[in-house]
Design a binder for this molecule. Structure first.
Ligand SMILES: [Zn+2]
Length: 304
C-alpha cells in the first residue's frame, strides 16, 4: 500500500509518496508558503497524485501546533504559521481528493515513525524528544500515542526547568526550550560573547567544547546538565522503556552523547536507556504516511 505523507513546518514543507515499509518513492520539498498554506498543501497532493505509477490509498499530514485528531483540525498553531489555527485540514483535503486522510502533530508523527520503522521498534513505552530550534515530544504509552485531552501532551519544551529563568514566548519563565534547544544555545553564546575570542555558531558549540574551548565547555555542560535533569524528571513521571532523542542537535551527538549518558548515571539511580532517533528530518513525513496507511487499512477492513 502507498500513501502520501506531508510534514508542514515553520520553514519547510516536505511531501512524499511512501510505501507501507516506509520507503520514500517520490519526494517534493518547498519553503513554507505561510500566506497560502492550504493552497500549497492541496497543490503538493495534486502533483504527487499526478504520478500514475503509484496508487495512493491514504494521506497523512504532520503539522506543527496542537491538533484535534478526531475532527482533523488545527486547534492552535504558533505565530510561526499565521492563520493556520482553526483550519479544518481533513475536511478540505478529503472534499477535494476523496482519499482517507489523517492529521496529527509533527512530534507525534515522528514518535510514531520511530516506533514503526525507526529506533524504537517493538518498544511499548517511550518518548521521542526532538531538539531543534524548539523542543517537541511524542509520547508512546502501551504501544499507542498519548495525545492528552486537548492534543497538547508532550509539550515538554514548555515545562519549567529553571524557576524565574529566561522569558519564554509562551508567557512563562524558565521553560526547557529556553535552556535546551538551538534557540537556547544561541542565547548562551550571546551571553558569553564578551569572553569568546572567536565567533561560534550554535551548531558548532559541541565541537568547540570537545576541543576544550573553556567557554564552550561551560555552555555545553550546562546544556547537558539541564537535558539530563529534564530526562530524569520525565522518567519519574512516566517510567519508560527508553528515550529517543532526535532533531538538529543529534547531528553533533558524537561530541556529547557519552557526557549525557554519564550525567544521567550520576543524577538518577534508575538505569535509563537513551537512543538516537533513526529517521532524522524525515520522521514527521514518514510517521504521517504510516498513520495514513494504518487508517486506510482499517477502513478497508471495515468495508470488508
Ligand atoms: Zn515556554
Amino acid at each position: 500500500m502507498n500513501t502520501i505523507g506531508i510534514d508542514i513546518g515553520g520553514t519547510k514543507v516536505k511531501a512524499g509518496i511512501i510505501n507501507h515499509e516506509g520507503q520514500i518513492l517520490s519526494l517534493i520539498e518547498e519553503q513554507t508558503n505561510k500566506q497560502e498554506l492550504m493552497n500549497q498543501l492541496l497543490s503538493l497532493i495534486e502533483r504527487l497524485l499526478h504520478n500514475d505509477d503509484f496508487k495512493i490509498e491514504g494521506i497523512g499530514i504532520a503539522t506543527a501546533g496542537r491538533v484535534d485528531v478526531e475532527n482533523g483540525s488545527v486547534l492552535y498553531a504558533t505565530s510561526n504559521l499565521p492563520g493556520w489555527t482553526g483550519i479544518k485540514v481533513i475536511e478540505m483535503v478529503e472534499e477535494r481528493f476523496s482519499i482517507p486522510t489523517v492529521v496529527d502533530n509533527d512530534a507525534n508523527c515522528a514518535a510514531y515513525a520511530e516506533m514503526e520503522i525507526g529506533s524504537a521498534i517493538q518498544v511499548e513505552n517511550f518518548i521521542c524528544i526532538t531538539i531543534g530550534t524548539g523542543v517537541g515530544a511524542g509520547i508512546i504509552l502501551n504501544g499507542n500515542l498519548h495525545r492528552g485531552k486537548n492534543g497538547g501532551a508532550g509539550e515538554i519544551g514548555h515545562m519549567v526547568l529553571i524557576p524565574n529563568g529566561r522569558q519564554c514566548n509562551c508567557g512563562k519563565r524558565g521553560c526547557w526550550e529556553q535552556y535546551v534547544s538551538g534557540t537556547a544555545l544561541t542565547l548562551d553564546i550571546k551571553e558569553e560573547s564578551t569572553f569568546l575570542n572567536q565567533t561560534i555558531l550554535p551548531e558548532n558549540i559541541f565541537k568547540h567544547a570537545y576541543d576544550s574551548n573553556p567557554i564552550a565547555v561551560k555552555i555545553v555542560e550546562r546544556f547537558i546538565d539541564n537535558l539530563a535533569v529534564g530526562i530524569a524528571s520525565l522518567q519519574e513521571i512516566l517510567d519508560l522503556d527508553c528515550f529517543v532523542l532526535g532533531g538538529g542537535v543529534i547531528d553533533s551527538s558524537p561530541y556529547w552523547w557519552d557526557q549525557l549518558v554519564n550525567k544521567l548515571k550520576t543524577i538518577t539511580n534508575q538505569s535509563l536507556i537513551i537512543r538516537k532517533a533513526k529517521l532524522k528530518n524525515n520522521a514527521g513525513m514518514l510517521g504521517a504516511a504510516l498513520m495514513a496507511c494504518t487508517f486506510a487499512t482499517m477502513k478497508l477492513k471495515v468495508k470488508g
